[in-house]
Design a protein around this ligand. Structure first.
Ligand SMILES: [Fe+2]
Ligand SMILES: [Fe+2]
Length: 223
């Protein structure tokens, strides 16, 4: 049922945007920030009420939404979101998706994670297709400064924080052109899939740790 719904939403997005890749990515990445925000909202409330001692989850989900935010900034730098109708579609999507996910997460957290696992898988395959079809032209274009700053310069704490299958500083994507940027984004989506799957496992509460935690043990679930 959930898979059917996600497939239907992906079909609508694909049909509507067709070859307007950056507009499609803009909508996708704007909405992609929502799950982390929804999970944090609920977990923060539980934690404040003394019912959720697993605070590393809040850190990891925030780092995921921070990662999606930088995907969005990169797509904006490439011209995504210039059209008012794309911004409107994305913002309406955010409003609906946020409240639906908060509600689902409160009553069935595994379903909320499974839903987002499917969305992340869709994002991964969309970027994969884009890379395959546009490899040559992407390799001739420069990487946007925001991508260089996020993946190479400055404080990479948040970049390491969302990747529960890697120890900090283990993954440093090569960013020499626009192709490399989309490879990095695609691989980030793979990390999101890994985390969503890990969050559905029986011992997830105890096992999911911040990569910066002394108790961190990288997930072997490489999807
Ligand atoms: Fe993303
Ligand atoms: Fe993602």
């Amino acid at each position: 049922m959930i898979r059917l719904l996600v497939n239907f939403l992906e079909f609508i997005l694909k049909t509507f945007y067709q070859d307007r890749w950056y507009a499609r990515f803009y909508v996708l990445e704007t909405i992609a920030r929502v799950p982390g925000f929804a999970y944090i909202s609920v977990l923060h409330l539980y934690e404040s009420l003394g019912a959720w001692p697993y605070t590393d989850w809040i850190k990891v989900h925030f780092a995921e939404s921070w990662n999606e935010l930088h995907h969005l900034r990169i797509i904006e730098a490439l011209g995504g979101g210039k059209c008012w109708s794309d911004r409107m579609i994305a913002r309406i999507g955010v409003l609906g998706y946020y409240w639906i996910l908060v509600f689902v997460y409160m009553i069935a957290p595994k379903s909320a994670y499974y839903f987002n696992q499917l969305v992340e898988e869709g994002a991964y395959h969309t970027y994969e297709k884009f890379l395959t079809e546009h490899e040559a032209e992407l390799k001739t274009q420069p990487a946007p400064q925001v991508a260089i700053d996020y993946y190479h310069k400055g404080d990479l704490y948040m970049f390491d924080e969302f990747q529960i299958s890697h120890t900090p500083r283990e993954r440093r994507p090569k960013i020499e052109n626009l192709y490399d940027v989309f490879v990095a984004i695609r691989n980030d989506e793979r990390e999101h899939i890994t985390t969503m799957i890990a969050c559905q496992q029986p011992n997830a509460k105890e096992n999911i740790k911040s990569p910066h935690s002394p108790e961190f043990n990288p997930s072997s679930d490489e999807s």
